[in-house]
Design a protein around this ligand. Structure first.
Ligand code: G6P
Length: 494
């Protein structure tokens, strides 16, 4: 029985099978894991797994997550009572329970509902005529989403000590708070959204019953947390518009329905500066930073690091770099753009097509401008965490231009690790803009020409000015470390 439980689709680690059939453990990617793994002390990229025998003491935190594939399921089956004890990997006493949800249910819930429907709505990614499209198959997917949320609610109800605090994360699990409250009214539940929340005019694209069920599900929590005031306000707007009988009190930040009040709060998430700097000082990062410096020479370096994700707006970012090279030929041979676009959600055709579009656009730029002694653009698609940290260290300009983003931790990690003081070109639609707009160079992510000119300004900015701004960005980025963010959510339940 645990006093504090965390639930999320993706856990701090996931597994793959090596050629000899062994299990290889990897750090999970994305902002949610970066934030939460810091809270429970997870190492950024752990070594091989350990499977200790049963009978160890009660872990501080139990993290319940889904098995994302066959290797995860195999790992979960090998662990005593399904609990992976990752103590040997700096998870600071946390145990991880990977739920063995049937593969088909997982696929429909994760790919069908969470990633193609809810993610698209909250990031305003709809693009007629292909999506939205709610047909019989979507209804079946929805049933799987319910079953998947129920599997989490069952596991949490089983493992939570009386009166325990349960922190349920993100849009994959929007029904779980209500389901858990029905099973265990004694628990104190927070739901936290790592994404933006759609404004009512987008939210209403969802079928009425599904839209209402999602809101009703989140309102099963005692506290609903968001990364910025903008997303919290949109949630309140949706409750008011789409939930009959809901009373929204904006001054108090509460939604009351059927006698139960949910407090809505804003909890910004930053980075743990000390831990990040320590990791970036390790040998594997140092070596990669040296290799990058050798590769780039005395040219300026524009870096971007993203999952290959539609909302990250990589194609427009590349188009802006192209426009910079067209409008300002003085940069030819004097700048290199390093774009890390790591694989993501490859089961969805939209993501596969987007990946192809990123690669096509990158090739066009290379073909158009490259010379025997200048590679204007280096696109890397294989995920390499230490290389990402190395790129932060050596960047002159960091480009973060999402169409819409809950927070975006790249915008925060970069300035913390930058050695020479990088300029940050930042989309005004990222949650991070609320905290960083004073010292970042802000852009409208749809305005490619403005982004190109802003890159130009960033490259021209005198080194001292860049460094001063970067120092302030780093201070803002570390002001809300994950521990405080998480403690704030738990404290809101007292
Ligand atoms: C975003 C979501 C997270 C998710 C991450 C990576 O940050 O808010 O919940 O884990 O993307 O996406 P993935 O589908 O690979 O888990």
């Amino acid at each position: 029985m645990s006093q504090v439980l965390v639930a999320s689709n993706r856990g701090p680690v996931s597994f793959s099978l090596s050629e000899d059939g062994g299990l290889v453990m990897r750090r999970g990617g994305g902002g949610l894991v970066s934030g939460l793994a810091g809270v429970v002390g997870a190492a950024p990229d752990p070594g091989p797994p350990r499977f200790p025998g049963p009978g160890r003491g009660d872990p501080g935190v139990l993290w319940v997550c889904a098995s994302l594939g066959d290797a995860d399921r195999a790992a979960a089956r090998r662990a005593p009572e399904g609990r992976l004890d990752l103590d040997g990997h700096d998870i600071g006493g946390a145990a991880v329970r990977m739920l063995d949800v049937p593969a088909d249910t997982f696929h429909r819930a994760y790919n069908g509902v969470a990633n193609s429907t809810l993610w698209f709505v909250h990031h305003l990614l709809f693009d007629t005529p292909r999506v939205p499209h709610f047909d019989a198959r979507a209804r079946r997917d929805w049933q799987s989403y319910e079953a998947y949320n129920a599997a989490f609610a069952d596991a949490l109800a089983r493992d939570a000590a009386p009166g325990a605090k349960v922190a349920i994360q993100d849009y994959h699990l929007s029904l779980a708070p209500r389901m858990l409250r029905d099973r265990r009214p004694d628990l104190r539940i927070v739901h936290f959204s790592h994404t933006p929340w759609a404004p009512p005019d987008y939210y209403r694209l969802l079928p009425d019953d599904i839209g209402a069920q999602v809101l009703h599900g989140v309102l099963g929590a005692d506290h609903a947390g968001f990364l910025t005031g903008r997303w919290a306000a949109a949630f309140l707007d949706c409750c008011e518009r789409f939930l009959p009988g809901a009373r929204v009190d904006r001054a108090a930040g509460t939604v009351t329905r059927a006698g139960h009040a949910t407090r809505v709060g804003v909890h910004g998430l930053g980075v743990d500066g000390d831990a990040l700097r320590r990791r970036a000082a390790e040998q594997d990062v140092v070596e990669r930073a040296r290799a990058l410096r050798d590769q780039v020479g005395d040219r300026q370096l524009i870096v971007r690091i993203d999952r290959t994700e539609l909302s990250k707006n990589i194609v427009r970012g590349l188009a802006a770099y192209r426009e910079l090279l067209v409008n300002h030929p003085e940069w030819h041979g004097r700048v290199v753009h390093l774009a890390f676009a790591y694989p993501s959600r490859y089961d969805l055709s939209e993501y596969r097509e987007y990946t192809a579009a990123v690669q096509r656009t990158a090739k066009q730029i290379t073909d158009e401008f490259g010379t025997p002694d200048w590679d204007p653009l280096v696109l890397q698609v294989n995920d390499d965490y230490p290389r990402s940290l190395a790129a932060y260290r050596v960047a002159d300009v960091l480009l973060v231009n999402p169409i819409r983003d809950g927070m975006n931790l790249v915008a925060k990690e970069g300035p913390v690790l930058s050695e020479r003081g990088c300029a940050l070109v930042l989309s005004r639609e990222a949650g991070a803009a609320a905290e960083l707009s004073g010292d970042a160079l802000m852009v409208n992510p749809f305005d490619v020409s403005q982004t190109a000119e802003t890159l130009h300004r960033a490259l021209l900015m005198p080194r001292e000015r860049r460094a001063e701004r970067c120092a302030r960005l780093a201070a803002a980025a570390t002001a809300l470390p994950p521990r405080r963010w998480f403690a704030g959510q738990l404290a809101a339940l007292d």
